[in-house]
Design a protein. Structure first.
Lengths: 431, 400
């Protein structure tokens, strides 16, 4: 990867807002003295804007403020170096670029474009403040993921994304990454026709598929669980009203009923915060749902390269065979050439010599190509596997942490429940 | 005077022996000592430390399948030191119809008293399996409560029909013989005043009427809320039952994460079980008590109505006398009798209302505290489950 050392600072990322997932990767990086300069990245604000698009049509979109600060090594003080606005589509462009330029890397996914797997009380509107806020956190997480990646963090386009507001898009397009992108059709073709797939990659692809299906199932059911739980809590709120109304006609029981009703109101409204917290957990799972696709992209790339390699080898083999046939004058297999020879008579020795010469040149070239493809392939496998190993570690660590924080949320919900019912019980006891 | 030991021996040993009017002469034995003995035998039913000399239990439901019909009978065991009972202990089998008969007999013979309600003949409309274990158990509890309420009543518990209900070997024979009696007794209330409108209902009874209207309304709402909560909880349970296993499925894909995921799955399983217990408890213990009180308010309203009738009868007679006042200045005897009846009615009703208010307060206190307890227990179980998997999740991380 061509790197211009002068414009590629070394960095590390510090999460400014809530994000346990990234704090782990930051710790890992500070252990390493390799980085000389550290930069803090945050997506600190989101703003609704109206502008005109390429078709000169009015559109509304959300812009996010990205702030970067350099952290001096000695005193830990940070100085604001840059702040600029980006919109979601620019994040998408950055990621598409990274996908093309780093095919052997499991590129961190973007947060969802539209809210998915939401339970019905939650708005699915793109401009909904809660959704925008969750996306802001997701986008920040995305940048921190890249910044803490040992290879991606050195990318120039990424650096410019953070520091150069104008002309960034043009710079990206100048890299010509779109031309390098593999067509979907080609990839699909490779999937079906590759002869000797690497078992490690087919296994990984299988794993990605399964992971994606199990997480999406999990998210779907979780949304339904949230819906039902919401119902259970909110219906309890009706006790609040009826206890209060009932208390009006009772003498000794009145006070106890009235205050118990108040606790039922508290119980009913406590679910809002509980489910809001749970959305963070859902977002953590969603990131890995999208990671499954990134993992698959690496597998697809490998398949494609393997297919290319096989095609090149096949081509070379057939050329060699043709050359041998010409040299020995025997036709071992039925071919169109054999047919024409039989129909139109033998060619002159001069003609044959010339053809053999051309073929030999092509064989030479093909052998060189095959060699370099082989080398490239081996390099790809080595690099990809290193990143996959890194990804696996990151995944295990993140998901374990997500599960812990989920369990902690459940514990706090149970404690709240016990508290409210204990309070209510005291009131009932006074009746 | 038989010693307590003897009494005990009888109640256990002579169960199926027919003693010719011997039994336990309760009047001669000290009520205090025998009741404390019975208390020991009879567990927890001591309310307000009142001495109790009559204990009734409904248990052991049995299904009977005949050619014509299928029905359930319940065993009713009575222990008493009262003189009205020839034996210290009785055990009979009765079916719902018999309870129904008892209730109408009580209503007839004690029109001035509040008769506790029976559980509805058919609970929820739609398909309820009348012979399912849950239904029979819920009904058994309600029937037991019904008899306990009568037993606790200072007047109703001495009712002749009640005695027969508890003791008669052949209740059907008694039922037939009672028909003639019924027609005679029913008359007195029936021939009342056609169309006479009550002048003024005394304030306190008007207040009771208003109270009952609101009370029944609020209880109806609470009943609907409770049912709705149970419905929501059951739907929540269905989702949880699907949710937990997804973590298990996921764990089969993973290496290092397998154990934590499996742990979460097991944890959700435990929470589901706890939730199921909660909904079962609420269905079995909470709803029936609400229902009983909703029915109770109906019984109460019908007694109030009867009281109004008696008052109306008295007022009508008084008016008739007033018209003839010039001729006969003295209030005739039957009007006086009528007034007595009204005053007795009022006194009975007030006493019953007070007793009912007390019971209600205690019952609801217990019921609602029970609801809170069940919910606390549910959350404690879930809390324990979630807390137990935290070390499982953390340990692995530190080990790394």
């Amino acid at each position: 990867f061509e790197m211009e050392p002068d414009c590629c600072p070394d960095w590390s990322a510090v999460a400014r807002s809530w994000l346990t997932v990234t704090s782990a990767s930051w710790v890992q990086m500070t252990h390493n003295n390799f980085w000389l300069k550290k930069i803090e990245i945050s997506v600190s604000e989101a703003e609704k804007r109206t502008g005109r698009n390429a078709m000169n049509m009015q559109e509304t979109y959300t812009a996010y403020l990205i702030e970067t600060r350099s952290v001096e090594h000695t005193d830990g003080q940070s100085v604001l170096t840059d702040s600029l606005w980006r919109r979601y589509s620019e994040f998408e462009l950055l990621r598409n670029y990274l996908l093309v330029y780093y095919p052997h890397i499991v590129v961190p996914p973007l947060p969802e474009k539209r809210a998915e797997f939401v339970w019905h009380k939650l708005s699915a509107d793109n401009m909904d403040p809660d959704f925008v806020e969750r996306r802001r956190i997701g986008l920040e997480n995305f940048l921190l993921r890249i910044a803490s990646h040992p290879i991606l963090c050195r990318d120039k386009i990424f650096y410019l994304f953070l520091t150069q507001e104008g002309n960034w898009k043009e710079t990206v397009n100048e890299t010509g990454f779109q031309l390098k992108a593999d067509s979907r059709l080609k990839a699909l073709n490779a999937t079906f026709r590759v002869k000797n797939p690497d078992k490690r990659f087919t296994d990984l692809k299988h794993y990605s598929d399964e992971l994606q299906s199990v997480i999406s199932h999990l998210l779907r059911v979780r949304a339904r669980v949230a819906d039902r739980l919401y119902g259970v809590y909110k219906v309890h709120g009706n006790y609040g009203r009826v206890f209060s109304e009932w208390s009006a006609i009772e003498k000794e029981m009145g006070d106890g009923l009235q205050s118990a009703g108040h606790h039922m109101d508290v119980y009913a409204s406590s679910i809002d915060d509980i489910l809001e917290d749970e959305e963070h957990y859902a977002d953590q799972l969603k990131e890995y749902l999208f990671y499954a696709e990134a993992l698959r992209a690496v597998c697809r790339k490998h398949e494609l390269m393997q297919y290319d390699l096989e095609m090149a080898a096949q081509d070379l083999a057939s050329k060699k065979q043709q050359c041998e046939e010409l040299a020995t004058g025997t036709v071992r297999t039925f071919s169109l050439k054999g047919m024409t020879t039989k129909l139109f008579g033998q060619e002159t020795p001069e003609q044959r010599e010339a053809r053999i010469k051309v073929l030999e040149e092509q064989i030479n070239e093909g052998e060189q190509q095959l060699k370099s493809k082989n080398l490239e392939g081996r390099e790809f496998v080595k690099n990809a596997w290193a990143d996959i190993e890194r990804f696996k570690e990151q995944k295990n660590r993140d998901l374990k942490e997500a599960l812990i924080s989920y369990a902690v949320m459940q514990i706090s919900m149970c404690k709240k429940g016990i508290q409210v019912w204990t309070n209510a019980k005291e009131c009932f006891n006074k009746m | 005077t038989p010693s307590p030991d003897l009494l005990m021996a009888r109640s256990f040993g002579d169960k199926d022996l027919i003693l010719p009017n011997g039994g336990t002469p309760a009047g001669t034995s000290s009520p205090a000592s025998s009741s404390s003995l019975l208390n020991r035998l009879q567990l927890d039913d001591d309310i307000d430390g009142e001495t109790r000399d009559l204990f009734v239990i409904v248990d052991d439901p049995k299904k009977h399948v005949c050619t014509m019909e299928t029905y359930i009978t319940y065993r009713i065991t009575t222990k008493s030191t009262r003189v009205e009972f020839d034996l210290p202990e009785y055990s009979v089998r009765r079916r719902y119809q018999d309870f129904d008969w008892l209730r109408s007999k009580l209503e007839e013979s004690q029109p001035t008293h509040l008769i506790p309600p029976l559980p509805e003949k058919f609970v929820v409309k739609g398909v309820v399996d009348r012979f399912s274990e849950e239904f029979v158990e819920t009904r058994r509890k309600a029937l037991d409560k019904f008899l306990k309420r009568i037993t606790d009543h200072p007047v109703l518990s001495f009712n002749e029909h009640f005695n027969v209900f508890l003791t008669a070997k052949d209740l059907n024979a008694y039922k037939k013989q009672g028909i003639a009696l019924l027609t005679r007794m029913g008359e007195s209330v029936k021939h009342v005043t056609g169309g006479y409108k009550l002048r003024t209902r005394p304030l306190e009874f008007a207040a009771i009427g208003d109270y009952l209207d609101t009370f029944a309304l609020k209880l109806g709402t609470i009943d609907r809320i409770a049912q709705r909560i149970i419905k929501e909880e059951i739907e929540y349970l269905v989702e949880l039952r699907e949710y937990g296993p997804v973590y298990s499925t996921w764990s089969t894909l993973e290496g290092e994460l397998a154990e934590p995921l499996e742990g979460v799955s097991a944890c959700i399983g435990n929470c589901s079980t706890a939730l199921e217990e909660l909904t079962d408890d609420m269905t079995e213990d909470f709803l029936p008590v609400l229902r009983e009180y909703i029915l109770y308010s109906d019984s109460m309203k019908s007694v109030l109505k009867k009281r109004d009738q008696v008052q109306a009868e008295y007022e009508a007679k008084l008016e008739a006398v007033a018209l003839r006042k010039e001729d006969r200045p003295k209030v005739p005897a039957d009007v006086e009798k009528c007034q007595d009846r009204m005053e007795c009615f009022n006194a009975d009703l007030k006493a019953d209302m007070e007793r009912w208010q007390n019971n209600k307060r205690q019952d609801f206190r217990q019921l609602l505290m029970g609801m809170a307890d069940k919910n606390i227990q549910y959350y404690e179980k879930c809390l324990m489950a979630w807390e137990s998997i935290i070390p499982l999740l953390q340990e692995k991380q530190e080990a790394k």
